[in-house]
Design a binder for this molecule. Structure first.
Ligand code: URA
Length: 441
């Protein structure tokens, strides 16, 4: 078998068989196939797509490229959750403790931010002392003990994804349905969960910019899940504007703590309750979505969800006092406002541009391994649909210095659209994809 022939076959739109896909993935991981041939292969997939059989074969080849996690010694149904990537998306940090407090076992391996999107691990590490690099044993023992742990990947999980993602990032092949689906699902399958809730984002800040493509991505992932016997459901949610109010690591943790105290923004709370209700159903902790939602609202009200977060922080080496004293989180030295240039209503906030502004301030990384600053970021004071006066603050900028803040103000001018006529509040949740297909809400 030769990589050349396989690239040619895909380039010409033909279907690859399992052996050919396995050959490419094992050649990638062993270093036998050079990056330029893998890049050409990725571009051929980007343009010609893949059949469902090819996508399953690619996903499983990626799963078998490294170690897998066995969570079977942890009792109960382990439900994982994954977002296809967004701006201001801190749902895992609210959802995890909330569903764990309501009885769901959460053994979660999360990732770091790349490009304009943030990562759960970076957010958690803004809590002083918090460790995300538990050993496999520590991870399993913690989940058995308190029903929740959120850590970085332990061991050599899906090495093929690390290499493929790095190449996709520099060859303009990230936003391809087969490549995103296999990347996400291989990690979820290797991570050992029994069931999976996916949050597939759609809109300007997402990899999939329109609803049709997002539903297609969701369908493919749900199909892969059902082929490997893991019950999977995907919720399609809006990423046309950032989720919640804060973008940036410590700022987002602050918003998480406020949300667990019952003071979270409406869009963020609604998404958490929706995803959380599906996790409850998959874990057999509720029979209906209404019952699940009631139970989740209850653990928020009683403070059990907040206590669960505090317990997790403590066990993972972080300072649990942040819960009652938000000043213990890193704070940026320079704060300024970006004001509206006109009176009217907010029609659009470009989530991707906001994500890039936060990244340029230091909250994210341009390439793998870049160091980030946990303290910096943006607080949105207005969202789409809100009325605004001339010179009224739209964003509070948390920066390292006045020069960074000034540059951000210039960049932010392109992220907002303000018009005189009123604007509707955007739809947050579009629908769900299950094995039965797509159903709009
Ligand atoms: N998240 C992933 O893990 N992989 C992708 O390809 C896109 C989003």
């Amino acid at each position: 078998m030769r990589a050349y022939d396989i690239i040619l076959k895909k380039r010409d739109g033909k279907e690859l068989d399992v052996e050919e896909i396995n050959f490419m993935i094992s050649g990638l991981v062993k270093g036998d196939i050079p990056d330029y041939q893998i890049s050409a292969f990725l571009m051929a997939i980007f343009f010609k797509g893949m059949t469902p059989e090819e996508m399953s074969a690619l996903t499983m080849a990626m799963v078998h490229s490294g170690e897998t996690v066995d969570l079977s010694e942890i009792p109960g149904i382990k439900v994982d959750k994954h977002s296809s990537g967004g701006v201001g998306d801190k749902t895992s940090l609210i959802l995890g403790p909330m569903v764990a407090a309501a009885g769901v076992t959460v053994a979660k391996m999360s990732g770091r931010g790349l490009g304009h999107t943030g990562g759960t691990l970076d957010k958690l590490e803004s809590i002083p002392g918090f460790k995300t690099d538990l050993t496999r044993r520590e991870f399993i023992e913690q989940v058995k003990n308190i029903q929740i742990a959120i850590v970085g990947q332990t061991g050599n999980l899906v090495p093929a994804d690390k290499k493929l993602y790095a190449l996709r990032d520099v060859t303009a092949t990230v936003n391809s349905v087969p490549l995103i689906a296999s990347s996400i699902m291989s990690k979820k399958i290797a991570g050992g969960a029994d069931a999976i809730v996916l949050d597939v984002k759609t809109g300007s800040g997402a990899f999939m910019k329109n609803l049709e493509d997002s539903v297609e991505l969701a369908r493919v992932m749900v199909d892969i899940g059902s082929i490997v016997g893991k019950k999977t459901i995907a919720i399609i949610s809006n990423m046309d504007q950032p989720l919640g109010r804060c973008v940036g690591n410590a700022l987002e943790v602050r918003e998480v703590i406020e949300s667990l105290k019952g003071e979270g923004p409406d869009d963020l709370m609604e998404l958490c309750l929706t995803l959380g209700s599906h996790m409850m159903i998959l874990a057999n902790k509720a029979e209906t979505l209404d019952e699940a939602r009631r139970k989740l609202i209850q653990v928020l009200k009683t403070g059990e969800a907040l206590s669960k977060f505090k317990q997790m922080i403590e066990l993972q080496g972080g300072n649990p006092e942040v819960i009652s004293n938000l000043k213990l989180l890193p704070e940026a030295p320079f704060i300024s406002n970006f004001n509206s240039y006109k009176k009217g209503y907010i029609h659009f906030i470009d989530a991707q541009k906001i994500g890039i502004c936060a990244m340029k301030l230091g909250a994210g990384r341009l390439k793998v391994g870049d160091k980030i600053d946990h303290s910096v970021g943006l607080e949105l004071l207005k969202k789409v649909g809100d009325p605004v006066d001339i010179n009224e603050p739209l964003v509070r900028i948390h920066a390292r210095c006045p020069e960074d803040a000034k540059q951000t103000e210039i960049d932010l001018a392109e992220a907002f659209v303000v018009k005189e006529e009123p604007a509707d509040r955007p739809v947050l949740l579009y629908g769900a994809v299950t094995e039965k297909g797509y159903k709009a809400f």
